[in-house]
Design a protein around this ligand. Structure first.
Ligand code: UDP
Length: 494
């Protein structure tokens, strides 16, 4: 799709991409690279060796994309050796150190940048890498911020910074419902839902990100115009910029089975076996339960989910993330209770990485028990699957509100307090089997019919949006044109 202006441009479009080393960030960024590559843009993606291995297969059909590997500077923050991704941290409370360590890549990139040919026209940085603004300044290129987040959540964060809402919430009691100011719909939150968002360490990191964002050229979002238009408009107004390009859902760039199966890691199940199992199930009868790539759910809580899936009496696929702290206890329970034996005729347990998009795109899947990570949310929407919402922390609480209260395509399991990193054991079991089973029942039964209808409509819009002439397709085209126009003007000034 070379654009008219980029065709006229004498410069070859070259975008330099900086994903943060977490599955929920690097997968959508790699998908953005794939989309740019399909549009005739050369992309160079900077990451570390372990992360390069994970995303390589996603980019195997993108000849214009190259990955440059730099060693992760783990020694700078006394992080464990071989810890190059959020999902290999022993506890998520080490995340601030991990993010600080990434900034030590700066000097390597300072050295590398002048060797890149042609000179990159811009950098696209994950929002969680505020230090990349210095690269943009040093080499005089625009910085675009990539958000795999909803406009709904971004508007909340912008509101938090622009008003005294944070103080108001802090002064409230734990479960008091307080309306969010300046929101297009009447949405309420409690202090308990915000303990993570209002943690001083993360607020400080958020301030650094916001400072770098203000100095940036614009924002690329993994959302689409038709999904949350009122929130998108209000977000642009609040930040005082209309340089916001919605170019998603990026996962829709994966068209065939192989592409869908090879996103971000080697799956712990053979994709053919998984498809064969799904092919045997009735249309929209299967529940898919997966809580993302960094979920910090304790073993007794994982077990409640397993029991709820069993009690649902529906066929299901249950993805169990295996961590050092939970693996032994969960495995012992699975063996002692003979769980897999009990559910063998209608349940599939995946230990480790699941081919999520492939599963969600199968017509047998009728419900998605999700932690409401933004990628999972938008993937569920793109595939027309109604959701059972179980947010754990951060933006997930807001994504749940968007799903349940605004879009009305899901049912909450009723989590009242978000998790904090490092103290999960103290918090204990938050959701009991009955609450999960009840929410599944509502989504999968006749009661869920209206939700199913709405989410199918959104899925049709999502698909159309990514096709030639659709809004996300056009937005990407306009973005490339604008960046090339900038690069041309700069070239003529020099
Ligand atoms: N994912 C997957 N298989 C898994 C776990 C996760 O394919 O077993 C993908 C999922 O499709 C999504 C990303 O990893 O694209 C997770 O991002 P999300 O924002 O949903 O949650 P996070 O992992 O960041 O909490």
């Amino acid at each position: 799709m070379a654009s008219s202006k980029s065709k006229q441009s004498l410069l070859l479009p070259h975008f330099l991409l900086f994903p943060v080393m977490a599955q929920g960030h690097q997968i959508p960024m790699a998908e953005l690279a794939k989309l740019l590559s399909q549009s005739g843009v050369k992309t160079t993606l900077i990451t570390t060796p372990q992360n390069a291995t994970r995303i390589q297969s996603l980019l195997s059909q993108s000849p214009l994309t190259q990955i440059i590997q730099l060693p992760f500077p783990s020694h700078q923050q006394h992080l464990l050796q071989n810890c190059e991704n959020f999902d290999s941290l022993p506890s998520l409370h080490l995340l601030p150190q991990f993010l600080t360590a990434t900034s030590f890549l700066y000097s390597e990139i300072e050295h590398l940048f002048p060797q890149l040919s042609p000179k990159p026209c811009c950098i696209v940085s994950d929002m969680a890498l505020p230090w990349t603004i210095q690269i943009a300044h040093k080499f005089n290129v625009p910085r675009l911020v990539f958000y795999s987040l909803s406009a709904f959540y971004l508007l909340f964060m912008a509101t938090l910074r622009a008003t005294d809402f944070g103080e108001k919430i802090m002064a409230a009691s734990d479960y008091e419902l307080i309306s969010i100011p300046n929101f297009p719909d009447s949405i309420q939150v409690t202090k308990s839902q915000l303990v993570f968002t209002l943690d001083p360490v993360f607020l400080e990191w958020g301030n650094q990100m916001a400072k770098a964002d203000r100095a940036s050229y614009g924002f690329i979002m993994n959302s689409f115009n038709g999904l949350e238009p009122k929130y998108l408009e209000e977000f642009k107004k609040t930040i005082g910029s209309d340089k916001v390009w919605c170019i998603g859902p990026v996962s829709l760039c994966n068209k065939d089975t192989k592409d869908k199966a090879k996103r971000g890691n080697k799956a712990a199940i053979d994709e053919q076996e998984c498809m064969k199992w799904l092919d045997k199930q009735e249309s929209e009868s299967v529940i898919y339960a997966a809580l993302g790539s960094i979920c910090n759910v304790i073993a007794p809580q994982i077990i409640e989910l397993g029991l709820a899936l069993e009690a649902s009496n529906k066929p299901f696929i249950w993805v169990i993330r295996q961590t050092k702290s939970t693996k032994k206890e969960v495995e012992n329970w699975l063996a002692e209770s003979e769980f897999e034996q009990r559910i063998k005729d209608r349940g599939l347990v995946i230990r480790g990485w699941a081919p999520q998009v492939l599963i969600l795109s199968h017509p047998a899947v009728g419900g998605f028990v999700t932690h409401c990570g933004w990628n999972s949310t938008i993937e569920g929407i793109s595939m027309g699957v109604p959701m059972v919402t179980w947010p754990l922390f951060s933006d997930q609480t807001f994504n749940e509100k968007l799903i349940v209260e605004v879009l009305r395509i899901g049912v909450s399991v009723g989590v009242e307090k978000c998790l904090r990193w490092g103290v999960e054991e103290e918090i204990g079991v938050q959701v009991k089997k009955e609450a999960i089973r009840g929410a599944i029942e509502k989504v999968m039964s006749g009661e869920g019919e209206e939700m199913r209808k709405r989410v199918r409509e959104l899925a049709a819009i999502a698909k159309a949006t990514m096709e030639e002439g659709g809004s996300s397709h056009l937005n990407l085209k306009r973005l490339i044109e604008e960046i090339m126009h900038q690069a041309d003007s700069q070239q003529s000034q020099n």
